[in-house]
Structure formats: structure tokens, C-alpha cells
Write a protein that binds this ligand. Structure first.
Ligand code: C2E
Ligand code: MG
Ligand code: MG
Ligand code: MG
Length: 276
């Protein structure tokens, strides 16, 4: 009896340490089965045109319906998936599901708009990324112009390789956005070397846009520079009307954030699209 409860205590103990190596190993193991068991799900966050106020796109954000822990947000498992390499399989699933869902909305007669999908650096290390994307578009029947891929600035492992990869992807007609712009160490490098259609201003700059004069200057400068380079700008993490007004005044193109909508299940998006 004593032995048994000791064992339980031990398990409880490690359960509370979600970063312990035991927990990580367990989660990693469960992740392997999660794809077959269909435990991943996509939520979508709408993106709005700042002038018309119309919904002009959605970003697909993965969640894990964990059988025991409930709905896990990407922060709870993506880093581990990156580390173990599982992000490649998860990323494949995300891409396919986002394209399938978008085509389904279109087939239901809803107004067509691009879906943005986050890519991990690991996916770029697959030499056949562009042909995989082409295959997904082919299989789902989604036109390439309705897919946008988000890359981050941490992806600078091999500029030459990534640059070739991105060119092959843009050749397909798929859009490229730089996510979390301004937080990496190579922001300008990206703009200079890669075929970028859009940049997403990281929400850390948007947050204090009204209180912090340097953040305001930085955001205004990013927008102006991007436009001079023929690159569209979307602001992330817009939570207040004041932030939105600032962005509008500085001619930011689009916005995404809790002010209008958090990420929501696909059914909610269908309803929003129907409502116009
Ligand atoms: P991200 O791509 O920069 O996505 C935006 C994140 O900001 C989302 O968090 C979203 O819920 C959150 N957000 C949106 N509006 C607001 C706001 O107004 N205020 C605040 N405080 N937060 C806001 P989420 O869904 O937890 O995703 C976190 C990150 O996980 C993403 O950041 C992305 O880097 C990564 N991620 C999500 N899905 C995928 C995926 O399918 N593949 C890969 N490789 N990464 C993914
Ligand atoms: Mg993103
Ligand atoms: Mg982002
Ligand atoms: Mg972010």
C-alpha cells in the first residue's frame, strides 16, 4: 500500500513539472499517435482590411485535442514538435487540412479568401517542399492564390536554400508572409533576399503603440518601408480601437487580433463568411 501511494506521489510530482524530461518524453510519444487518431484541429483567426473593414483572409492555427489534457495551444507542443522533428508531419497535416477546408468553404458558395498557414524551418529542410505544396493544392483543388505561407525570421539556417525554396513556392502562385516581423535578427535580410508579399508586424510592437513613442515610430516606419518595397502589411495582436485607429492612420493594410476576433473553430468562420 505504502509503495503504491509512493508511486502515485511520484507521478503527481512529475505531472506538475510539465517541463520535466519525463513529461516531455511522454508528450512526444503521444504526439506520434495524435495524427493517426485525428487529435489535431485547426482554428482560424480572421484578417480584416483596415479600410473596408471586410474580412479578407484567415490564419490557420493548430490545436491539439489531447485526450487527457484537453485542448492544447501550440505553445504547449510546437516547440517539442520542432525539437523532435514531428513538426514535419504535423505541418503536412495542417497544410492539407487548411487547403481542404478553404476549398470546402468555396464550394459551399462562401466568398473566397486566402488561408495563411504557418511553416516551420524544419519543413524547409525537406528538399521537396515546393512539390509537396503543389501536390496538396492539386489534391484539394485549391487555387494557389488562396494559399499564403507564413515564415519567421528564425529560419535563417541556409539563406541560399530557403531562397530557392521560396522562389519555387512563389512560382506556384502561393503567397509568402513574414510572421512576427521585427523580432528576429534578420528582418531586413528577409526583405532583401526573399520574394515576400506581405509582412506581419509582431504584436509586441502593436501592444504599446499608443503609449510608447518609439513603438509608434517603429510601426509607422515598417509600414512606410514595406510599401516602398511593394510589400503589404498586416498588424498582429490588435486588441483596441485606439491601436486600430493608429494603424489605419498610418495606412497599414490589414489587421488581425482579439479586437475583432480570436482564433475560432471552422464552423464560426463559415458563419462569419455567410453573414458577410
Ligand atoms: P503566430 O503565427 O504569430 O500566431 C498568432 C498568435 O497570436 C496566435 O496564438 C493567436 O491566437 C495570437 N493572437 C492573435 N490575436 C491576438 C491578440 O489580439 N492578442 C494576443 N495577445 N494574442 C493574439 P496561438 O494560436 O497560440 O499560436 C501561437 C504560435 O504557434 C503562432 O504564432 C505560430 O508561431 C505557432 N503555430 C500555430 N499554428 C502553427 C502551425 O500549424 N505550424 C507551425 N509551425 N506553427 C504554428
Ligand atoms: Mg502566424
Ligand atoms: Mg505572428
Ligand atoms: Mg507571434
Amino acid at each position: 500500500k505504502a509503495k503504491e501511494s509512493g508511486k502515485n506521489d511520484c507521478m503527481l510530482y512529475s505531472e506538475s513539472w510539465s517541463n520535466s524530461s519525463f513529461e516531455r518524453l511522454k508528450l512526444q510519444h503521444e504526439m506520434y499517435r495524435a495524427i493517426q487518431r485525428n487529435e489535431f484541429v485547426l482554428h482560424y483567426q480572421p484578417q480584416y482590411d483596415l479600410v473596408s473593414g471586410k474580412m479578407v483572409g484567415v490564419e490557420a492555427l493548430v490545436r491539439w485535442k489531447h485526450p487527457v489534457r484537453g485542448l492544447l495551444s501550440p505553445g504547449a507542443f510546437i516547440p517539442l514538435a520542432e525539437e523532435s522533428g514531428m513538426i514535419v508531419q504535423i505541418g503536412d497535416w495542417v497544410l492539407r487540412e487548411a487547403c481542404r477546408q478553404n476549398k470546402e468553404w468555396q464550394d459551399a458558395g462562401l466568398p473566397p479568401m486566402p488561408v495563411s498557414v504557418n511553416l516551420s524551418i524544419r519543413q524547409f529542410l525537406q528538399h521537396d517542399l515546393a512539390s509537396r505544396i503543389a501536390e496538396v493544392l492539386q489534391t484539394t483543388g485549391l487555387e494557389p492564390k488562396y494559399l499564403d505561407l507564413e515564415i519567421t525570421e528564425s529560419m535563417t539556417i541556409d539563406i541560399g536554400h530557403i531562397s530557392r525554396c521560396l522562389l519555387a513556392i512563389t512560382d506556384l502562385g502561393v503567397g509568402i508572409s513574414v510572421d512576427d516581423f521585427g523580432t528576429g535578427y534578420s528582418s531586413f535580410h528577409y526583405l532583401k533576399n526573399f520574394p515576400i508579399d506581405r509582412l506581419k508586424i509582431d504584436r509586441s510592437f502593436v501592444r504599446d503603440i499608443q503609449q510608447d513613442p518609439s513603438d509608434a515610430e517603429i510601426v509607422a516606419a515598417i509600414i512606410a518601408m514595406a510599401h516602398n518595397l511593394n510589400i503589404q502589411v498586416i498588424a498582429e495582436g490588435v486588441e483596441t480601437e485606439g491601436q486600430m485607429e493608429f494603424l489605419r492612420k498610418h495606412q497599414c493594410d490589414e489587421m488581425q487580433g482579439y479586437f475583432w476576433s480570436p482564433p475560432v473553430p471552422s464552423e464560426n468562420i463559415a458563419q462569419m463568411l455567410k453573414a458577410g
